[in-house]
Ligand binder design. Sequence first.
Ligand SMILES: [Zn+2]
Length: 315
Amino acid sequence: MFPDLGPRSPLGYTASTIARAAERRTDAGFITALEQDGTARAYAIGGELVVLKKTADGLDPLFTPAEARILAAPAETVFLGCANGGGRFGISLDPAGVQALKTRADLHVSDLRSIAVQGLAAVDHLAAMAEAKALLHWHARHRFCANCGQPTKLVQGGWRRDCLACKAEHFPRTDPVVIMLATAGERCLLGRQSRFAPGMWSCLAGFVEPGETIEHAVRREIQEEAGIRCGRVAYFASQPWPFPMSLMIGCHADAVSFDITVDRTELEDARWFTREETAIMLLRRHPQGLTTPPPVAIAHHIIRAWIDPGGPDLA
Ligand SMILES: [Zn+2]
């Protein structure tokens, strides 16, 4: 008998309440007016850190743009879209200045993983914070033209950078990453990286390479990391993963070989787990304390869907 896994939890960073209003990004006057309106709100981000305001109702990640810019030295502002009738923005702040805000009693400063896992902010802010963090990260690393080396300028609310010298237009990027569960009958393949929390096992994952399909990337990564060959690959779901700017593409894969050879440069270990053992790891009731990632991560939902078909809850 498999244990009851209980209700599904939402997949993190997916339940966006923001209408991106992409058709208005070329209208600088519209964006400026939105930002100057009293309903405008901004997420304040310094590198990996997000600033939250302490309120009587808990932690609030929204500031007025003016409030956000005096927290620490501001850099870029990006237009995320509209929500609740007002413009929503992301404002990047000097990371050292944001780190220093940790001493302020009226603020809470944390990284976006902790905010999601610990539920520090309302779940409907997570996707917007992911959008802001990934986009601002891209800006921080594209201040100069990749074509000619001259400075570039933020335009279209942050959805493009233009080189004034060679006229090249640069667009924000998302890095596709495949993350997958190889299965063979009643067993699935999980791996451990040395940076994982003790006892945690997860899906294998890796970047999609140029010229490769998702299916090829899934088979190649499993072969490289664990020496297992796979046949059929099935898409499951995707998740924005703003660490720093990835899109996780979740898949299941049918293994057609079973002898594991672990690539120790990528993984600490990899092994087969039975369906029953995996279920008690998901429930965090494993006698040796073995676990799978929390529901905020797509790995949890990929693993769960193999045991208990369905989901994820995209909210
Ligand atoms: Zn250029």
